[in-house]
Design a protein around this ligand. Structure first.
Ligand SMILES: NC(=O)c1ccc[n+]([C@@H]2O[C@H](COP(=O)([O-])OP(=O)(O)OC[C@H]3O[C@@H](n4cnc5c(N)ncnc54)[C@H](OP(=O)(O)O)[C@@H]3O)[C@@H](O)[C@H]2O)c1
Length: 264
């Protein structure tokens, strides 16, 4: 299957590193003009440079804005008024004992992981439906389905994102715009790599370290290794494609079989 997104503009929130950067690269490879987003101009400029090194003919637009704030979201929309593919990837996570999560932290997780995506959907969905084509996606997590005891605020935010996804898919019904969530499983990003080496012998080479980590700490994974960010990106690129026109309102798993369910 050849995905061609030439002529489409994509915004990937939180795309200076990790899964977001891989998604931005995947969409650029498919021919889309890609807006790279992060909080600081320097961070965004460095990510744009890395992307251009990987995809030399990429059309890239820097969007330095803290989209978790109302003003930041407004700035992003001002810098990039036209979006055909909105990938709400931005998300924060940190473990915290359930009874120690403060009101402020509950609010922050809602603001960053849920409200930021709602705001941008509200901003871009009307023009997509008016044009009769668009793609909105939310990067959720296995934690949306299996609430992690060590970060229930994060789990709550990702579960909420699935409801937001389903709701906006209904809003876009019959318009040619599809709205989907991607349930990502444990993925090899910078923070996760440090986390692995906190739990297993630091002298182990990466391949072995992650297998030991998965066997001991993530035994539910059928993949038995961490997911590579590109593997999440492949699904996002597919869902962004014209070929994915009949998939909407769904929550599609790229979790390595981590969630023990017969439902997708
Ligand atoms: N990693 C996993 O194992 C995993 C598993 C399941 C789901 N997920 C989900 O996948 C998504 C990406 O995770 P990740 O691990 O790739 O994240 P990450 O490596 O921590 O990257 C986060 C990105 O978000 C940006 N960012 C943070 N706050 C921002 C803000 N307020 N406004 C704009 N950009 C902001 C950061 O850029 P700057 O620092 O430059 O601002 C960075 O590019 C998240 O939604 C996460 O919940 C991750």
């Amino acid at each position: 299957m050849h995905v061609d997104l030439t002529g489409r503009t994509a915004l990937v929130t939180g795309s200076t590193q990790g899964i977001g950067a891989a998604i931005a690269t995947g969409l650029a490879r498919a021919g889309a003009t890609v807006a790279v987003n992060g909080r600081t101009p320097d961070g965004v400029a460095a990510a744009v440079k890395r992307l251009r090194a990987e995809v030399p003919d990429a059309e890239v637009v820097p969007v330095a804005a803290d989209v978790a704030s109302e003003e930041g979201a407004a700035l992003a929309v001002e810098l990039l008024p036209h979006v055909d593919v909105l990938v709400n990837n931005l998300g924060i996570f940190e473990s915290r004992p359930a009874l120690e999560i403060t009101d402020e932290e509950w609010r922050r997780y809602f603001e960053v992981n849920v409200l930021a995506a709602v705001r941008l959907t509200r901003a871009y969905l009307p023009s997509m439906t008016a044009r009769g084509w668009g793609r909105v996606q939310y990067i959720a997590s296995d934690s949306a389905v299996v609430t992690p005891a060590e970060m229930i605020h994060y789990g709550m935010s990702k579960t909420a994102l699935l409801a937001v996804n389903r709701g906006f898919a209904k809003e876009a019904a019959g318009t040619g715009v599809t709205v989907n969530a991607v349930i990502a499983g444990p993925t090899r990003t910078g923070g996760v790599e440090d986390f692995v080496y906190e739990l297993v012998d630091r002298d182990l080479p990466w391949e072995e370290a992650q297998r030991v980590f998965m066997r001991r700490h993530r035994p539910q994974s059928l993949l038995q290794r961490l997911i590579e960010p590109e593997e999440i990106a492949h699904m996002v690129v597919y869902l962004s494609s014209p070929q994915a026109s009949a998939t909407t309102g769904g929550a599609v798993r790229v979790d390595g079989g981590y969630v023990d369910s017969i439902l997708p």
